[in-house]
Design a protein. Structure first.
Length: 145
């Protein structure tokens, strides 16, 4: 009889799981994790790349808006190591680890009349690459050809 008064198993053995059963469950869980985590890491890297790409496009639009608002030319400049960029005058941005931009130096200029000039800009993480440039007439960022 058990401590709760339940006669339980007539053989006198208590019901429950054994250590071997618990170890089997833990090892199956670990194997599933070993399969899933590498895929999750790649998904996170792809999401970071997409977010950085969207951020660069948004910053191009902000730089253009600043040129329109202030009546002064605004230049987008990539850092010498390719791991950041900024506009002058304006803030600097650092890229997430693993992302780089090229070419380095000035890549785009926005003018007070809304027009722009520049060279194609590449953003890469080693596996993916996106190239974009500014439209000379509208100053909008677009996919480079």
């Amino acid at each position: 009889m058990s401590a709760t008064g339940d006669p339980g198993d007539p053989s006198g053995r208590e019901a429950g799981s054994t250590l071997i059963e618990a170890l089997v469950v833990v090892s199956i869980t670990v194997m599933i994790g070993m399969i899933g985590f590498p895929m999750m890491g790649q998904g996170i890297a792809n999401a970071a790349f997409g977010q950085a790409s969207s951020g660069v496009r948004a910053d191009f639009r902000i730089a253009r808006a600043q040129a329109l608002a202030t009546g002064e030319r605004v230049d987008i400049v990539v850092a010498d190591d390719g791991r950041g960029y900024g506009w002058s005058p304006g803030p600097r941005r650092a890229l997430v680890a693993g992302l780089t931009m090229s070419p380095v130096g000035p890549v785009a200029s926005f003018y007070p009349d809304g027009s722009a000039s520049g060279v194609p800009l590449s953003l890469t993480n080693g596996r993916s690459m996106e190239r974009f440039e500014v439209d000379p007439v509208t100053g909008a960022p677009r996919a480079a050809s």
